[in-house]
Design a protein. Sequence first.
Length: 178
Amino acid sequence: MAHKSTTSASSSGDRSLPLFAKFSRAVERQVGRSTTFVLAVGVVLVWAISGPLFEWSDTWQLVINTGTTIVTFLMVFVIQNTQSRDTTALHLKIDELIRVTAKARDELLGAEDMSDKKIVEARETLNELAVGEEVVVESNHTKVARKAPAKRRANGRKTAARANGRKTVAVEVTAPAR
């Protein structure tokens, strides 16, 4: 299977994107750079240093408040657009992996559209199916870990078998750190 690099895949796919999506990607790339952060800090410093020059007036304060409010308001839409596209692409990739994996459960395709109750039920079912490996599930800030019974190998180490979808492998079981 040929593997395309992320750069070539995204640059060739950008041609067919709507104008706002192209704009959002460009802004996202630029805003995520450290130089943009340094520029923003510089603007705030210039504003702060200019305070005595403008005698700390209401207009001086209004400039930074208005500027930051406008930038924040517009960035919400840019960030939402890029995050929605990224999330959709991630779901497509995961759905494809589920579809091509022999022992994957097809009912998990489109799990993002399930009700909260169904998602909790699916998580509990998957935890029960996890044989031989430690599975940590965070729910309401509580971590739950389950392990399958371990067996001793000839060298004295404990191992447990787990099914990874295609074959059974041995997983070394270590004692939790205390």
